[in-house]
Design a protein around this ligand. Structure first.
Ligand SMILES: *Cc1c(COP(=O)(O)O)cnc(C)c1O
Length: 362
């Protein structure tokens, strides 16, 4: 079977985990600190704060940014639901805008029309591992005094103009089991601001300000030293894995470009892609539907996945909340996209099988 993800825990990683197990200190301790330092150094970000999920990272980033009940946060509808849900956790209102047809990322040209006196922040997602159009987004945020938060949960190591994601605003990463850098469950928040980092460190540990002293409402969002040990080992492999994903993506794109009705991913200018997902569009010209194609691939034991079949504004939860937006580019994408394997451990023969499968599907 050719799966969408390859999860291998190498011997070197198992050894660092074993050291933590032998130490007996399993909860947050020196290894978490070491992981934060190495992630900050890798990412080129002054501060990194480890937490136990990408969702926790987003929640603390919004709280540290001062997002309060009733505030509006401009965000993308074409993302994992956690992006928008974290606004709801803060009592804030996610205001959805549509995506760019080619990159599936938030269309910056639509931001300004949605700004109101209640708008406090812009929350972007670097979807599938591709950075957003950062020059435009950063300049709009500056012009209107809005805080920028990056959901970089799929974009570890991806760069815009030679700067890694998580360096443009408050950066939120996930280390969930299927992500390019994984610790099972886990997350990291990056920031250039010392006070923001300190706030998030306190809030991940029940707002602790001293020995059993608490001055703010916090949570238990602590990472374990076990997860951090896995993270330190996997961080060393990230660039190699991303390079292999890119090599596989280049092969797939060259071949898929020749197949009428299929559109390979488009990489925008001035950026590199982490290829967390390799996502194609199946248009009417292909001859069979997306779901039929997915079934054909399944017969060949090639796993594919629709990421995401329902944009956030159309999710039952958001309909119950009263959302009635129509965001046609996202809705079209939801009906046309299919993510196919691109992971670092695909063999040449796997790649050929995938291309053959796509070619013979009609
Ligand atoms: C994975 C992911 C999250 C949530 O991360 P968890 O670690 O699963 O909480 C948020 N946003 C996006 C875009 C993701 O891909």
């Amino acid at each position: 079977m050719i799966s969408l993800v390859s999860i291998k825990i190498d011997e070197d990683v198992r050894q660092t985990v074993d050291k933590v197990l032998q130490s007996g200190q399993l909860a947050e301790g020196p290894v978490v600190k070491e992981f934060e330092d190495s992630f900050a150094a890798y990412n080129g970000t002054p501060y990194a704060v480890a937490v136990n999920s990408g969702t926790a990272a987003l929640h603390l980033a919004l709280l540290a940014a001062g997002i309060k009940p009733g505030d509006e946060v401009i965000s993308t509808t074409f993302s994992f639901i956690a992006t928008a849900n974290c606004c709801l956790y803060c009592g804030a209102v996610p205001v959805f805008i549509d995506i760019d047809y080619d990159t599936y990322n938030m269309n910056p040209d639509d931001i300004e029309a949605k700004i109101t006196p209640k708008t406090k922040a812009v929350l972007i997602t670097h979807l599938y591992g591709q950075p957003c159009d950062m020059d435009k987004i950063v300049s709009i945020c500056k012009k209107h005094g809005l805080i920028l938060i990056e959901d970089a949960c799929q974009a570890h190591g991806a760069e815009y103009k030679n700067r890694k994601t998580g360096n443009f605003g408050i950066g939120c990463f996930s280390f969930y089991a299927t992500k390019n850098l994984m610790t099972g469950e886990g997350g990291m928040i990056t920031t250039a601001d010392e006070k923001t980092a300190a706030k998030m460190k306190a809030m991940r540990n029940h707002g602790r300000s001293g020995q059993y002293l608490h001055d703010t409402l916090g949570f238990n969002y602590r990472m374990t030293d076990i997860a951090a040990a896995i993270g330190i080992g996997h961080l060393k492999k990230l660039d190699d894995h991303n390079a292999r994903r890119n090599k596989n993506a280049a092969f797939l794109t060259e071949e898929i470009s020749k197949i009428p009705g299929l559109i390979p991913p488009v990489i925008g200018p001035d950026r590199t892609h982490a290829f967390h997902q390799y996502t194609i569009r199946i248009t009417k010209d292909f001859g069979i539907t997306r779901d039929e194609l997915q079934a054909r691939l399944k017969e060949l034991e090639i796993v594919s996945n629709v990421i995401y079949p329902v944009p956030i504004h159309l999710q039952p939860l958001y309909k119950q909340l009263g959302y009635t937006d129509s965001l046609p580019v996202s809705e079209q994408a939801a009906s046309e996209v299919l993510s196919i394997p691109v992971h670092q451990d695909l063999t040449e023969s796997d790649l050929k099988t995938i291309v053959q499968g796509l070619n013979n599907a009609r």
